[in-house]
Structure formats: structure tokens, C-alpha cells
Write a protein that binds this ligand. Structure first.
Ligand code: COA
Length: 387
């Protein structure tokens, strides 16, 4: 159905516990994106900018997008902050695609950012909690790990799946993260390590959880018609989809399926005019190991209850039939909330251009990213191609 937009440059900071503050992180990611444009780009050519961020810890809750223009060296550019919790980055990409698609802008900057590690544990819990249902779930003391722990318990019982399937998601993603120089955790773990790790919210232990992270990522998104001015190998965005669901999981008919992902996927596939079998690999929102299994199923790549088997038989490994999270995912790469959706697109940009070095997949031609806000209250799905 044709290309809707094209990524012509992408930048990424290291993810982890970092010295740099939010401004420095934004500047590094944008500078790297600008430097990555093969044929060069003038910053003045950027006509619009979007910043995906939660504003964790209370950092610049109002008008944060002005800081993006400032640090990007793009004075005067119209900027908008986009906030959809952990899906802020994916939602910012969607806004950028729409800006170029409607002929408004030829070149748009998208950045995702979060600085999470410079606050006390109590404030961290508060700021993680603000994106869940604050009337019921939070007042009952539920954290995100708690909500996903309930979902995981239900999933394992409903489908008669063993906890090894969750552990294998962590093993695979840590193995991929070990090959990603930007990842927070660049170390391998075994199923035994995962099983023996301290419990966080049963059945989820430490290695079933994403960490708390600092980091930023940035993309330059052009209209398909102007993309080749910037590079001979743009990565095209062919479909974007978005969906939402009730904020509180208790209002949903099913705990173990995310309607927001399913709606977003249907829209993205319809817009791109491709089918599941055309997709070479997935970058999904594995904030907890159970979330990767749900994503594979809700995106339509496995029937309910079968993604664990696919994980255990190696299908989702880098050398498997459908690699999932070759960059280490949120689990090992880290999850600076607003940066995650943009970071997923950064991995796609590298992989589809054959530039992912040690973790390069074998000749991928199309990819899909899924970025989720909270426990499935919002979701974005994006489909990309090259060539
Ligand atoms: N995976 C692997 N190792 C982890 C880890 C994770 N998710 N989180 C922390 N660690 C490691 C640290 O590197 C540290 O190792 P070290 O002792 O070798 O230095 C050790 O575990 C303790 O780290 P600490 O930061 O004190 O852990 P914590 O107990 O305060 O926090 C979690 C651990 C899992 C509770 C925390 O990372 C968390 O809340 N994660 C979920 C974040 C979240 O909900 N995001 C939104 C998703 S929707």
C-alpha cells in the first residue's frame, strides 16, 4: 500500500544508571541521529519535533518539548510533548508519521527520554505508579510488577504452561543484550539463575522484570518522497496502528490478552497491506517476561497459550524463524520509559540496514515494533521495510 514515512537517521545513548541528566541525554541522542544521516542534514530543515517522555521524578512536567528544541539546536521548531506512559515513544513516532504523511512537513525529529535513577526508592515507586490505575490498583498497593505477576499466574494456569517458558524469555533477551553495547545488562543468565533470583511478584522474579533505567533515543523521519535526499537506504514506515483499553485490568473481560495491542496490530497490518508471514522479526514490549508471550500472541504470531512453546523451541532466538527482541528487549537493554518506543525503532533501523554488528539478523526485510503503555491501556504497532 506504499510507504508512509521514512527513517533517515537514528541515534541512541547507552541505557542504564547514567551520570548524564535529561538535557545531556537528549543532546547525545539527537546529535547521534543527525550524524548518522548518510548524505548529511541541516538542522534547520527539521520542520517539527516530538518528545516522548513521562517526566519521571517530576522532571519538567510542563513544556518539556521546548527543551528538546533547545538541546537539538533547532530554535523555533514547533515542538510537542507526547505522553502515553511506557508507550510515549511509539505514540510520538505515530505523530511524526502523521505529520509527514499529511504533507505538512518533510522532516520531523522524534526523541524519547527518561531519567529514572536519580530519585529515592519511594519516589521511584510513586513515579512508576502514576501510569497505572490510581483509583483502584495503586490504592490497593499493586505495582506494575504486581499486576503483571497476576497476569502471569493466570496465564500459566489457564494454558497449563510451566514457568520455564517465562525464564527462557529472560535467558534469550539477556543473551541478545550481551551483544548490544547500549544495553544496561550485557551479561548472560541461565534458566537456573532466573529460577533462583529473588521473587518480585510471584511467579515473577528479578530476571523476569525490566530494570529502572536512564536513556534517550532519537529518529529523523522524512516523507517518502524526500528520503533519498538524505540516504540511499531509508527504512520505510509502512503502517502505524494504535489502540487503547480500560486503564484498570479488572475492568477487562480477559486478563491474558491485551485488546490495545490487537487493535493496534490490525490497523498497522491493514495500513501496510502485508501479512504476518512477511515480517522478519519483532521488537516487542517485554517489560516483564510474561509481556513478551502476550505480545507474540496478541500481535497474531501465535495462538493463545502457545508463545511459550515457541520460545522454548528456539523460534524467537536470533537464529530462529521469528527473532524477537534482538537488541535484548526492555528486559536486558533497559526501559527508560519515554525512550523505549523510539529505541525499538532504532534497532529496526540498524537491523534492516545490516548495521547491527554482532547481533545482526540474517537478511531481514520487514520488521514490527509493539510499544505498550502500562498494563496494556495503550499500545502502538509500527511496520517497517527496507529496499
Ligand atoms: N534484571 C536484572 N538485574 C537487575 C534488575 C533487573 N530487572 N533490576 C536490578 N537488577 C540488579 C542490579 O543491577 C543490582 O545488581 P548488583 O547488586 O550486581 O549491582 C541488583 O539487581 C539490585 O539492584 P536494585 O536497583 O537495588 O534492585 P531493586 O530491588 O531496587 O529493583 C526491581 C529491582 C525489579 C524491583 C526494579 O528494577 C523494578 O521496579 N523494575 C520494574 C520497573 C517497571 O515497573 N517499569 C515499568 C514497567 S510497565
Amino acid at each position: 500500500m506504499g510507504h508512509r514515512a521514512a527513517i533517515v537517521g537514528a541515534g541512541h545513548t547507552r541505557f542504564g544508571v547514567l551520570e548524564e541528566g535529561p538535557r545531556a541525554l537528549l543532546k547525545s541522542a539527537v546529535d547521534a541521529a543527525v550524524a548518522s544521516v548518510d548524505k548529511g542534514v541541516e538542522r534547520a530543515a527539521v520542520g517539527e519535533a516530538y518528545l516522548g517522555t513521562l517526566g519521571f521524578g517530576g522532571w519538567q512536567i510542563g513544556n518539556a518539548s521546548a527543551v528538546l528544541a533547545e538541546e537539538a539546536g533547532m530554535p523555533g521548531v514547533p515542538t510537542t510533548r507526547v505522553e502515553n506512559a511506557c508507550a510515549s515513544g511509539g505514540t510520538a513516532i505515530r505523530a511524526a508519521v502523521r505529520a509527514v504523511e499529511h504533507g505538512d512537513r518533510d522532516l520531523v525529529l522524534v526523541a524519547g527520554l527518561e531519567k529514572m535513577t536519580d530519585v529515592s526508592n519511594a519516589r521511584r515507586r510513586y513515579w512508576l505508579g502514576v501510569s497505572g490505575d490510581t483509583e483502584w490498583e495503586r490504592s490497593a498497593g499493586l505495582t506494575f510488577a504486581g499486576v503483571y505477576g497476576l497476569i502471569a499466574s493466570r496465564y500459566l494456569a489457564q494454558h497449563q504452561v510451566g514457568a520455564d517458558a517465562l525464564a527462557e524469555v529472560a535467558v534469550k533477551n539477556h543473551e541478545n543484550g550481551a551483544l548490544n553495547p547500549n544495553a544496561q545488562f550485557q551479561k548472560r543468565v541461565t534458566r537456573e539463575d532466573v529460577r533462583k533470583a529473588p521473587r518480585v511478584a510471584d511467579p515473577l522474579g528479578l530476571y523476569d522484570c525490566c530494570p529502572v533505567s536512564d536513556g534517550a533515543a532519537a529518529l529523523l523521519i522524512a516523507s517518502p518522497g524526500s528520503a533519498k535526499k538524505f540516504t540511499d537506504t531509508p527504512v520505510y514506515i509502512d503502517g502505524v496502528g494504535a489502540g487503547s483499553d480500560t486503564l484498570a485490568v479488572q475492568e477487562r473481560p480477559e486478563l491474558t490478552r491485551f485488546g490495545a495491542t490487537r487493535w493496534a496490530a490490525d490497523e498497522a497490518f491493514h495500513a501496510a497491506g502485508v501479512s504476518r508471514s512477511d515480517i522478519s522479526f519483532l521488537e516487542v514490549h517485554d517489560c516483564f517476561t510474561i509481556a513478551e508471550l502476550l505480545a507474540i500472541e496478541d500481535l497474531g504470531f501465535a495462538k493463545p497459550g502457545t508463545a511459550g512453546g515457541m520460545t522454548l523451541d528456539g523460534t524467537t532466538r536470533r537464529d530462529g524463524r521469528l527473532p524477537v527482541n534482538p537488541d535484548g528487549g526492555l528486559k536486558a537493554k533497559g526501559h527508560p520509559i519515554g525512550a523505549t518506543g523510539v529505541s525499538q525503532a532504532y534497532e529496526v533501523f540498524l537491523q534492516l540496514r545490516g548495521a547491527a554488528e554482532a547481533r545482526q539478523l540474517s537478511h531481514p526485510s520487514r520488521a514490527l515494533t509493539q510499544n505498550v503503555g502500562g498494563a496494556g491501556a495503550t499500545a502502538n504497532v509500527t511496520i517497517y521495510s527496507v529496499g
